[in-house]
Design a protein around this ligand. Structure first.
Ligand code: BGC
Length: 729
């Protein structure tokens, strides 16, 4: 009867009623999150976590996985006075049991429904293992491939990044919190963590208000608008104020201006790190700064646990502030339905059913194929080198060819060596060719040392083949958290091995598997076919074979610019023109250029090839002198000539030619993906309104200004055709 009455109340009403019954210690318990024994950072000794759960001094635990382990701890929480359920959180960054391509690779697909689907599958599997809360998506824009966590985001562009952020949030949260396979998303790291100076992880970010609003904040706003339940702040300081204690970001912008109704969790011990930053003198002050700045839950530093009670009693933190933080957390626990059934995610049968789900693995293969970017496919003897023919004698060479784990990437679990799940390139090629096919193999070298003793055998193997396919790149822990690099060349002697094989004169395809854009200028120039294969997840080998043999027509496009040299970084397509732009890569006449390096990147944002050719006509606009709230149709006719259906990503960029603040030379404003059949011609139409012309003006107001705009359409940011419109008031 009492319960039936409670059911009719809203989560907020139920949370308020519960708050009134809570002691200060119980409230602080809700703000306390600790890690189980598995750790992604230095563990602080915390005493007995079971006892904390039983006494209501723990609100959440991370890194505890499995229906039965989470149930055991939840049972202890159910022995506490108020029986408030725990939240179990986990970094599920690119899949749980099924490992998908890393987020940067998936971003290369530009396929929003597919990315939503991998998030959905990850949520389904994780929730079946007792997890309520996923610390993803990471929506940090980054224009610095030295930063190891570039692998975890969606690349350099705020528009593409915003769409992907929203798609992933919707995927994780499914049809809404309260469903057993819907988990809470956690958008991170608020904010500007990807702007780490020098690309060195955890470093400060020195960002202007303009770049904060134009570049770094939009994906967070999009994620919040998509209903993200939680937000994580970051390790970095922003213009001198650590993100964790940043009231402007958390209180004013996120909870104020954006009306975010979920809760904010710190990053791993980032409250204690306020001391190391030089912002707090001790843990007590750190706790005070964080909670006053809008950080609701304390991950792993115990600063709230140890000091909040005193701070409240001494009047240094208002009780209302603590109540607000606790209320936000309780509301989510009610919305998740955990008060009604604290064990609803702890169902061993469901966990078992999701453990090796064939449909999920199949989708991992599809997603991996969609993520492969074809960078080059030259014509040799009057036809493109790729796709390969199954009748060719193929030599697989390189340190990654038989590797299973490296394809998985940084944030992956479940390393069993079952080759039906973790598919190396070798295995994938064998699956495609049948086990009797004559597949030659030599490792050639290791991933990252100076040993060239395997070169001779690799050369001898190449000489026996019609075509050589090499897989080179990074080991799974060379990009990721705390994996910044100053040198982005292919590690070790891998490019030397490519050169040595090239000297055999055999046709060569090079696959580069890595967590970031690498630099491989010699390869880019001399090798006729190159695929960027990132870290593609557990089905990597099958997906690579699908592309190599033409089962899948490659369609991915770079979500981040590939530099020619580290010295160009940061390099991104949406730069300013300057007063002295270089006319071309050899123009050095007192222009904005390097005297020892072209300005252009090795590969531009939006670039990627497929089998066959797509020809773009010049865009046509329905009105070259629109007014006010007119809608302008921008149409472009595209014609496809190729062997098999191909997905094309038609990109539209704009440039505001004269404005109250200088605008980038190009900004992605729209794109459309469509599948073209061989010899098909299609007209793609975009509808533009003044919404698409808006930007932050000199007063940081989001407005449009009448005037001339270049509208550019093409298959890549560096291959566009332009039409100009004069948009009047
Ligand atoms: C990372 C977060 C992650 C957290 C919990 C931190 O080191 O920065 O992204 O969610 O650990 O594992």
């Amino acid at each position: 009867m009492l319960q039936a009455k409670a059911q009719k109340l809203t989560p907020t009403q139920r949370a308020n009623a519960l708050l009134q019954r809570m002691t200060l210690a119980e409230k602080i318990g809700q703000l306390n999150q600790l890690s189980a024994d598995f750790a992604t950072g230095p563990i602080t000794p915390q005493g007995n976590k079971q006892q904390l759960a039983r006494s209501g001094q723990l609100g959440s635990m991370l890194n505890l996985m499995g229906a039965s382990r989470t149930r055991q701890l939840q049972e202890l929480a159910m022995q506490s006075r108020l029986k408030i359920p725990l939240l179990f959180g986990q970094d599920v960054i690119h899949g749980y049991r099924t490992t998908f391509p890393i987020p940067l690779a998936e971003a290369a697909s530009w396929d929003l429904p597919a990315m939503q689907q991998t998030a959905r599958i990850a949520a389904t599997e994780a929730s079946a293992a007792g997890i309520h809360w996923i610390f993803a998506p990471m929506v940090d824009i980054s224009r610095d491939p030295r930063w190891g966590r570039v692998m975890e985001g969606a690349g350099e562009d705020p528009y593409l990044g915003s769409l992907i952020a929203a798609a992933r949030v919707k995927g994780f949260q499914g049809s809404g919190l309260g469903h057993t396979n819907a988990v809470m998303a956690c958008v991170k790291h608020f904010a500007a963590y990807g702007a780490a100076i020098g690309g060195r992880d955890y470093n400060g970010a020195d960002v202007s208000q303009r770049s904060l609003w134009e570049t770094y904040l939009p994906p967070f706003k999009a994620a919040v608008d998509a209903g993200a339940a939680t937000v994580m702040n970051g390790f970095n300081d922003i213009n001198g104020i650590p993100a964790t204690a940043n009231a402007l970001l958390q209180n004013n912008i996120l909870k104020g201006q954006w009306k975010f109704s979920g809760f904010v969790v710190s990053d791993w011990a980032s409250i204690s790190e306020l001391i190391v930053h030089g912002y707090a003198k001790d843990h007590k002050q750190a706790a005070q700064q964080a909670i006053l700045a809008g950080n609701d839950m304390d991950m792993e530093s115990s600063a709230y646990q140890n000091h909040l009670a005193t701070l409240v009693k001494q009047g240094q933190v208002p009780m209302a502030t603590v109540n607000n933080a606790v209320r936000r957390i309780l509301i989510k626990k009610f919305e998740m339905g955990l008060f009604d059934d604290p064990y609803k995610f702890c169902n061993p049968q469901n966990e078992e059913a999701q453990y090796d789900n064939a449909a999920h693995q199949q989708f991992a293969r599809t997603m991996a194929a969609k993520s492969i970017v074809m960078l080059k496919n030259d014509t040799l003897q009057s036809q493109p080198l790729l796709p390969l023919k199954k009748t060719q004698k193929i030599a697989l060479i390189g340190p990654l060819v038989t590797s299973q784990r490296d394809n998985l990437g940084f944030w992956s679990f479940n390393f069993d060596d079952d080759s039906t799940r973790l598919v190396s390139l070798y295995q994938g090629m064998q699956n495609a060719l049948g086990s009797n096919a004559p597949l030659l193999y030599a490792k050639g070298c290791n991933l990252n040392d100076a040993d060239t003793s395997g070169f001779a055998q690799a050369i001898a193997t190449a000489l026996l083949a019609d075509v050589v396919v090499m897989q080179v790149g990074e080991a799974r822990d060379m990009s990721g958290e705390a994996k910044s690099k100053s040198n982005l060349q292919l590690p070790g002697v891998q490019e030397a091995l490519i050169k040595a094989i090239h000297r055999t004169g055999k046709p060569m395809v090079v696959l580069i598997s890595a967590g970031r854009p690498l630099i491989f200028n010699w390869t880019a120039k001399h090798i006729p076919a190159i695929l960027y294969t990132w870290w593609l997840g557990m089905q990597a080998g099958n997906a690579m074979a699908d592309v190599l043999f033409g089962q899948h027509n490659p369609s991915a496009r770079l979500p981040i610019t590939f530099p020619r040299a580290e010295g160009q970084i940061p390099i991104y397509y949406s730069h300013h023109n300057t007063g002295r732009p270089a006319a071309n890569d050899s123009d050095l006449n007192y222009v904005s250029a390097y005297i020892d390096l072209p300005n252009s990147p090795q590969y531009a944002f939006g670039y990627g090839l497929g089998y066959g050719t797509v020809t773009y006509a010049k865009p046509v606009v329905s009105n070259t002198t629109p007014k006010g709230n007119n809608t302008v149709d921008v149409s472009v006719s595209i014609a496809y000539n190729g062997p098999s259906p191909r997905t094309e990503t038609v990109q539209l960029y704009i440039h505001d030619k004269t404005a109250s603040v200088v605008r980038p030379v190009k900004e992605l404003r729209k794109f459309q993906q469509l599948t073209l059949l061989p010899n098909q011609q299609r007209v793609v139409t975009f509808k533009l309104t003044t919404e698409d012309l808006k930007f932050y003006n000199h007063k940081l107001q989001y407005v449009w200004e009448p005037g001339a705009f270049n509208i550019m359409v093409g298959p890549s940011s560096d291959k566009v055709q332009t039409v100009t419109v004069n948009w009047g008031k």
